[in-house]
Design a protein around this ligand. Structure first.
Ligand code: URA
Length: 422
């Protein structure tokens, strides 16, 4: 077997055989297939696609590239959630302790932000002392003791995906349904969760820009999970506008704590509860009441224990930005658009995200939104507050957000997009 013939098969719109797939994933993980060969193959897959058999085999080969975790010793049923990524998507933060407070074990292996979408680990690292890197044993201990753990995936889990994802990120080959589906599901299946709820984002701030593509991605992932014995369901949710009123690391932690305290923006609360119900259902805990766990403080209690178990101080003050810049509404009327992608790029340019994997992020950088689509605004009122520790970034960020909103004449009829689309 050789890399050139595998690339040629896909370049010429052929079907890869099981043997070709097993070989190329294994040889790439071992370093025998070079990055430039794998990037050519990834581009051929992006352009020419894969059928269901190829996707299933590619996923199985990525799972087999590393270890599998085992949560069978836990007394509680396991339930996990994965979002395909968005702007202001802090849902994992309130959701994991909430579902734990309702009786499930939530092993939430999460990632860092890259590009315009934020990363759960970057957000939590703005809490003084909190550690994302846990050994498998530490992870199991937190999961057993608290019921929820949010941490980085160990190096042993789907190492083929780790290499391939980093390569796709710098070769414009992220947005391929077969590659996204196999990347996400190989990690989730290797992680060993019994059930999984997928939050497939649709809109300008998501990888999937339209419903048809999001449906295909969702059904591909649900099929892969089901075939591997993981009870898998998917919600398609809106990402044309940022979730909540913040995009940025510490800003989003603050908003998540508001939700756990029984407040917070309506769209964040709605999506957190919708995903919690799906997770509890999939875990066989149909009688649990997540709204009650938010209201009676038990979700907040699980959050505090989860943060403390990972070295964080749940009472510590979160970092605040050294410099702010306020953008005001140029006219009075109805806000009809606030673009998730533009806000994500703006927050990233302010320092909330990284351009390269090894870059540090600023804990306090990001954007606060003072209005959401459907709100009435008055000329001169604050619309967005930009936060950074490095004010030389303001001009670059302003370029990204200057066209991020539309204000229509006062009284214009406007119907808001539901958060859960399907
Ligand atoms: N998240 C992943 O883990 N992989 C992808 O390919 C895209 C989003």
């Amino acid at each position: 077997m050789d890399a050139i013939s595998v690339i040629r098969t896909k370049r010429d719109r052929g079907e890869l055989t099981d043997a070709q797939i097993d070989w190329v994933i294994d040889a790439y993980t071992r370093g025998e297939v070079a990055d430039e060969q794998m990037s050519a193959l990834a581009m051929a897959i992006l352009l020419n696609g894969m059928n269901r058999r190829e996707i299933a085999r590619w996923t199985a080969a990525m799972i087999a590239s590393g270890e599998r975790m085992d949560f069978s010793t836990l007394a509680r049923p396991t339930a996990d959630k994965h979002s395909t990524g968005g702007v202001g998507d802090k849902i994992t933060l309130p959701l994991a302790p909430l579902v734990a407070a309702c009786g499930a074990a939530v092993p939430q292996l999460s990632g860092r932000g890259l590009g315009h979408t934020g990363g759960t680990l970057d957000k939590l690292e703005s809490i003084p002392g909190w550690r994302a890197l846990l050994s498998n044993e530490e992870m199991l201990n937190v999961l057993d003791g608290v019921g929820a753990v949010i941490c980085a995936a160990g190096d042993g889990l789907a190492p083929a995906d780790k290499k391939l994802y980093a390569l796709r990120d710098v070769t414009a080959t992220v947005e391929a349904i077969p590659l996204i589906a196999s990347s996400i599901m190989s990690k989730k299946i290797a992680e060993g969760t019994g059930s999984l709820v997928l939050d497939v984002k649709v809109g300008t701030g998501a990888f999937m820009k339209n419903l048809a593509d999001a449906r295909e991605l969702a059904s591909t992932m649900v099929g892969l999970g089901t075939d591997h014995g993981v009870r898998t369901v998917a919600l398609l949710t809106d990402m044309s506008t940022p979730l909540g009123l913040t995009a940025g690391n510490a800003l989003e932690v603050r908003e998540s704590v508001e939700v756990l305290a029984g407040g917070g923006p309506a769209d964040v609360v709605e999506l957190t509860l919708a995903l919690a119900r799906e997770m509890l259902d999939a875990a066989g805990l149909k009688d649990a009441d997540p709204a009650k766990a938010l209201a009676d403080g038990s979700a907040m209690d699980a959050w505090r224990r989860m943060i403390a178990a990972q070295g964080g101080d749940p009472d510590a003050a979160l970092p605040t930005s050294r410099e702010q810049h306020v953008i005001t509404a140029p006219s009075s009327g109805v806000l009809t658009r606030l673009d998730a992608y533009d806000i994500g790029i703006g927050a990233w340019r302010l320092g909330a995200g990284r351009a390269r994997k090894e870059d540090p992020v600023q804990a306090a950088a990001g954007i606060e939104l003072h209005a959401k689509p459907g709100d009435t605004v008055t000329a001169g009122q604050p619309l967005l507050t930009l936060h950074t520790d490095t004010p030389e970034r303001f001009d670059y960020a302003l370029e990204a957000v200057s066209d991020s909103y539309d204000i229509a004449a006062p009284g214009t009829e406007f119907s808001t997009t539901p958060v859960v689309l399907e």
